[in-house]
Design a protein. Structure first.
Length: 201
């Protein structure tokens, strides 16, 4: 997955003054970033462990958080979701500017493990991230999992947000919203959602 490399090369780490810096500079800021860069260049079967070792060397740092995220993504790529979960849920990920990406990946891992409720809640968290950059990808996934689990009331807020904010996903979200309202026995709300689907799309 290209995202597993892009995390370190392109995504954010707080700048020295606390301002966002959306790219790693040409020169590492410190030894933690230098170690992360070196580990991220590896492309062999031991690459996830190499990246994870950075977090053990530099705990409580942004580099540690990015290392956990990258390790989790690589383990997902390797078909090892159970091993990915501890990395993606690690507290140091919150020190980065991309905790929503970790939550989205965590949802993928938990879904692969059959942990539907946990995955849905991870997707909800990803969709609520700063700037809403993952909302249109994450919230439909959360709603689908809630609907499958017979929890239409949990799916409805996510579907409403998608219908309002995601033009490409809105038609499918409105249909699912109507279905969710029907599952709750609210025919009037279901009719309103289907009517919006008919008139707006």
């Amino acid at each position: 997955m290209l995202a597993s490399l892009a995390v370190v090369l392109l995504l954010a780490a707080p700048g020295a003054a606390g301002t966002p810096d959306w790219r790693l500079g040409a020169e590492p800021r410190d030894s933690a970033e230098a170690a992360l860069r070196e580990a991220a260049r590896r492309d062999d079967k031991a690459s996830a462990e190499a990246v994870a070792s950075v977090s053990r060397q530099f705990p409580g740092t942004t580099a540690s958080g990015l290392a956990h995220l990258l390790a989790g993504l690589r383990l997902l790529d390797e078909g090892r979701p159970a091993d990915a979960v501890p990395h993606l849920a690690h507290a140091d990920v919150q020190l980065t500017l991309v905790p929503d990406h970790a939550l989205f990946a965590l949802g993928r891992a938990q879904e692969a493990l059959g942990q539907a409720d946990a995955a849905a809640r991870a997707y909800l968290g990803a969709g609520a991230g700063a700037g809403g950059t993952l909302a249109c990808a994450a919230l439909p996934k959360a709603a689908t999992l809630f609907a499958r689990a017979g929890q239409p009331e949990a799916a409805i807020p996510a579907l409403e947000q998608v219908a309002a904010s995601c033009p490409r996903e809105a038609p499918e979200a409105l249909f699912a919203l109507g279905e969710a309202h029907l599952a709750r026995g609210d025919r009037a709300a279901a009719a309103a959602a289907f009517d919006r689907l008919d008139t707006e799309h």
